[in-house]
Design a protein around this ligand. Structure first.
Ligand SMILES: Cc1ncc(C[n+]2csc(CCOP(=O)(O)OP(=O)(O)O)c2C)c(N)n1
Ligand SMILES: [Mg+2]
Length: 269
């Protein structure tokens, strides 16, 4: 039989692990916070993390195939950035709320929505959560806020959720992801300013992939991103966004800070 390139992503043929990446990953393993995450996850938790990574990749492979075979014209993928979404979701508690951008679509199914909802949204079928109206989807039943197309807007929305948790004295946090490019929007500024002033239990994960929709980021933004937490007077943490245990450890810490009433954390990944 023949394997058609449209169905078999070529990047998986003859794939070899990169020894440096593997070594860098392993070198972090003895660190105390990563050790704490390993303890809290246990064997089942680790397997669930792995399942989450695979689910995210399968989701993207499906969408990519659909684009290549003309089923849909465009898809937003999180390929290569799965850890930052999956690791974060697995560090949250049951009642916490997430606001994923479409690159974080995996957050929807890590929080319990069936993966089919993503496909229904892309196909605009009438039986989906958005009833075919939008490919941006979520479901508050699972604590997943649906994004809109405008990048950055989930920050003030999630700050609102965090405010409701604080007012009701609920030990919950709201977490959202924001791309490095999107950190420059007014909405992010507004949401972070509110979270800072009110010490809201909000975790903003800056997903710093050094591109904004394919446009390379100006390196002058590096210092600004690193100084972002300090400039808003919020706690800043940094993790390797490709290291799922490091991501888990950082979000776990951010959540503990939220639970202490200190609230707001900007996490640079
Ligand atoms: C408010 C707003 N301005 C512009 C756009 C168009 N747009 C979509 S994605 C994107 C770049 C986002 O860059 P980044 O936040 O770094 O995300 P990445 O592409 O790296 O995931 C832009 C400008 C938009 N969706 N919303
Ligand atoms: Mg980016």
């Amino acid at each position: 039989m023949k394997i058609y390139p449209a169905y078999d992503p070529p990047e998986y043929r003859e794939w070899q692990p990169d020894p440096k990446v593997m070594a860098d990953y392993s070198a972090r393993m003895g660190e105390p916070e990563i050790e704490k995450s390993l303890q809290s996850l246990g064997e089942q938790g680790l397997e669930n993390l792995y399942r989450g990574l695979i689910r995210a990749r399968i989701h993207d492979i499906t969408l990519k195939r659909w684009v290549r075979t003309g089923v849909i014209t465009k898809a937003w993928l999180g390929t290569g950035e799965e850890a930052v979404t999956v690791g974060a979701c697995h560090a949250l508690g049951d009642g916490d709320v997430v606001g994923p951008m479409i690159r974080n679509a995996a957050a929807t199914f890590e929080r319990g929505l069936p993966m089919e909802e993503s496909f229904r949204s892309y196909l605009a079928t009438g039986d989906g959560v958005t009833k075919g109206r939008d490919l941006h989807f979520g479901d508050l039943k699972y604590g997943v806020v649906a994004p809109i197309s405008h990048v950055g807007d989930l920050v003030p929305v999630c700050a609102g959720f965090a405010l409701s948790f604080q007012l009701r004295q609920e030990q919950k946090v709201a977490l959202t992801w924001v791309g490095d490019g999107s950190t420059r929007t007014g909405a992010v500024h507004e949401g972070l300013s509110l979270a800072s002033a009110r010490r809201l239990p909000l975790i903003v994960m800056v997903q710093d992939n050094a591109v904004a929709l394919g446009t390379r980021r100006d390196p002058r933004l590096d210092d600004s991103l690193r100084g972002m937490a300090a400039s808003y007077g919020v706690t800043g943490l940094e993790c390797d966004g490709n290291h799922i245990l490091d991501v888990h450890a950082c979000v776990r810490q951010a959540r503990e800070i939220g639970g202490d009433g200190e609230g707001r954390v900007v996490l640079l990944a």
